[in-house]
Design a binder for this molecule. Structure first.
Ligand code: GLP
Length: 241
């Protein structure tokens, strides 16, 4: 585990973007596992900036997103498909045919999950998986208590996650109760894992997850066992370690 200390959110975003950019420069056909949430937005913005300056080319990469709300169509502003297009894909030269986000509208959840596992396998696995972390230690939508052995599956979101994500939804619009998420097994098979984390509300969980016991109650704690795991955090998030 490598911990990179950044001064602030901007610095965290630049450092994370540097790591992703190095991956793409070294392997233009890289498979990037991508994440949503507020934390990686600055990382995507930095990558877009470097793309516009001609420093990085995304034309050959494949992207595989971590998760998607169940029941939200792509056109819904809070779907992760929509988020990724708004925050990143629409501004760079990623080939749309190599963008993968779980299909939240597939009513056959078992089929949707197995198809997504095949997408990961057929891409040859993930070279670099970008992650954020929830305040309860969830990664993707792998909620506390989930088995570490799972591949893509459908989850019931916890009250905590629903509450945390309510800020993105409009008044009177509720957060879906379920989501499809890549499992811990698939995340652990990524060749490199990069976590971005900022803000004092994440300090406690960073300490518990990476300096406490490995337990399914804190899903991110399994990353302690990953052979190539880097955390880029700002001062506040890393203040307790
Ligand atoms: C959501 C996403 C996670 C993300 C988490 C934290 O639940 N499914 O992938 O890491 O939120 O989000 P934020 O970065 O906004 O704190």
């Amino acid at each position: 585990m490598v911990i990179v200390r950044a001064k602030d959110y901007q610095d965290m975003s630049r450092k994370a973007a540097n790591i992703i950019s190095a991956q793409v420069i070294m392997k233009p056909k890289a498979v990037l596992g991508l994440a949503t949430g507020g934390t990686p937005v600055g990382t995507y913005a930095q990558l877009i900036d470097w793309y516009k300056k001609g420093d990085i080319d995304f034309s050959q990469i494949t992207t595989i997103n971590l998760d998607e709300y169940r029941g939200l169509p792509k056109t819904h502003e809070q779907s992760y498909w929509y988020f990724m297009h708004e925050q990143f894909f629409n501004h760079v030269n990623v080939d749309e045919s190599r963008i993968n986000v779980p299909d939240g509208m597939n009513p056959d959840s078992e089929k949707a999950c197995r198809e997504y596992d095949n997408v990961i396998r057929e891409a040859g696995g993930i070279d670099l998986q970008l992650l954020g972390i929830g305040v309860d230690g969830h990664i993707g939508f792998n909620e506390p208590g989930n088995a570490f052995e799972l591949e893509t599956h459908c989850v019931d979101l916890t009250e905590q996650t629903i509450k945390s994500n309510q800020r993105f939804f409009g008044d009177g619009e509720s957060v879906p109760k379920q989501a499809y998420t890549m499992g811990i097994k698939s995340i652990m098979q990524a060749r490199k894992v990069l976590m971005v984390v900022n803000g004092k509300e994440k300090a406690e969980i960073v300490k518990k997850a990476f300096f406490g016991p490995v337990t399914p109650e804190i899903q991110a704690s399994i990353l302690q066992m990953h052979p190539d795991f880097t955390i880029v955090g700002d001062e506040e998030a890393l203040s307790l370690i």
